[in-house]
Design a protein around this ligand. Structure first.
Ligand code: GLA
Length: 402
């Protein structure tokens, strides 16, 4: 009897102190977000069009689920009487709940954005001081995902601010994926696994390959710049707690090779895949990149281990990611402006991952090789792999255990 009472007390205790819903993101979340292409020019028609397209383009089939409205969905003031946030009636004439229901009717999920500070980055009402009220509001709208930014946060303590919002969401009882967006400023990888499912590791992405772009007052990051910051954080990532190197810029102006590299590396790093292009108008090439199921399978692999940069030589990088069932993903990244030759002899390499305790022993195990972009079977690891990688392009392989 005593034992039973103790167990009940323990269960009740754990429930009271837990702040995060269980297993909302066993694999990295996939979806679409309005910011990269539309900034605050968002509307009901846009969201409906995106939802329809998500289904008709094959994005939903490929795994994209969340449609997230970023900054700009509210009016400039909270409701005078209730203090609630007010979805902009000009942009959303039928109200937000009707739009959430529409997205749900397509078998998709819906997300919104706000900020831990007093205002959002675009100057709309922030959540500071309204955490529990806003969480109840989101629950009443039946949303599934909240991106929570860090503008106008002044002297706020990041751990406390995000902890409070996480607790508020939990208290409101509607399971909502909590996406922390404080740009890696306070090393969220060290403390946010208890609060949310993903955390931004860097400042904002821009549609460019290498370095940073001056935005007048702040700098945006080209995707390889982000890769270098995100790669060393692999030990903090795993099911329900992902490093987020920001939303995708695929289809937003880079070359096909660069888009392929961007997408491949996001998948090698088990990153959330949140498309940021206008999927209603994407080219066949963009669609093919975003919906490549073999590449996405690397990102969504159940083992949930972030890959790493195994070697770099003359701007040619070799990346590995262990997968479930003993398979491996390999990605050769040509970071230079010239073509580069690969000659990779598996039996001379010792790919040992201390983090996952997985080992790729090319001398004793032979894997079948599949090129996940060209879809060609490229022989086996019994002989050295030779190929040429175009500038700013990749060759990405799946090694399949025989
Ligand atoms: C910040 C975030 C972006 C986007 C904008 C919106 O810059 O990092 O991802 O949400 O705010 O204003």
């Amino acid at each position: 009897m005593k034992k039973l009472t103790l167990s009940i007390l323990l269960i009740v205790g754990i429930k009271t102190f837990a702040q995060k819903f269980e297993n909302l993101a066993p694999t990295p979340p996939m979806g679409w977000n309005s910011w990269n292409t539309f900034q605050t020019n968002i509307s009901e028609d846009l969201v409906k069009g995106v939802a329809d397209n998500m289904v008709s383009s094959g994005m939903k089939d490929a795994g994209y689920t969340y449609i997230v409205l970023d900054d700009g969905w509210m009016t400039m003031q909270r409701d005078e009487k209730t203090g609630d946030l007010v979805p902009d009636p000009k942009k959303f004439p039928h109200g937000m709940k009707a739009l959430v229901d529409y997205v749900h009717s397509k078998g998709l999920k819906f997300g919104l954005y706000n900020c831990a500070g007093t205002k959002t980055c675009a100057g709309y009402p922030g959540t500071r001081g309204y955490e529990y009220q806003d969480a109840r509001f989101y629950a009443s709208l039946n949303i599934d995902y909240l991106k929570f930014d860090w503008c106008y946060s002044d002297s706020l303590n990041a751990q406390e601010a995000y902890g409070t919002m996480s607790k508020a969401l939990y208290t409101a009882k509607k399971p909502i994926v909590f996406s922390l967006c404080e740009w890696g400023s306070h090393q969220p990888w060290l403390w946010a696994a208890k609060d949310g499912e993903l955390w931004r590791t860097t400042g904002d992405i821009s549609s460019c390959y290498e370095g940073q772009k001056d935005m007048g007052g702040w700098k945006a990051n080209c995707f390889m710049y982000i890769v270098d910051l995100n790669e060393p954080l692999r030990k903090y990532a795993g099911p329900n707690c992902w490093n987020d190197p920001d939303m995708l810029e695929v289809g937003n102006g880079m070359s096909e090779a660069e888009d392929r590299t961007h997408f491949s590396l996001w998948c090698m790093m088990a990153s959330p895949l949140i498309a940021g292009n206008d999927i209603r108008k994407m080219s066949a090439a963009t669609k093919a990149t975003l919906t490549n199921k073999d590449v996405i399978a690397v990102d969504q692999d159940a083992l949930g281990v972030q890959g790493w940069r195994y070697a770099t030589k003359d701007s040619l990088e070799t990346w590995f990611k262990p997968l479930s069932n003993g398979d491996w993903a390999v990605c050769f990244v040509n970071r230079s402006a010239q073509s580069q030759k690969i000659n990779f002899d598996w039996k001379n390499e010792n790919v040992n991952d201390d983090l996952s305790s997985k080992q790729l022993n090319g001398a004793t195990t032979t894997y079948k090789i599949k090129d996940v972009w060209t879809k060609k079977d490229a022989s086996t690891t019994a002989k050295a792999f030779s190929a040429t990688v175009a500038p700013h392009d990749v060759i990405m392989l799946r090694l399949i255990k025989q």
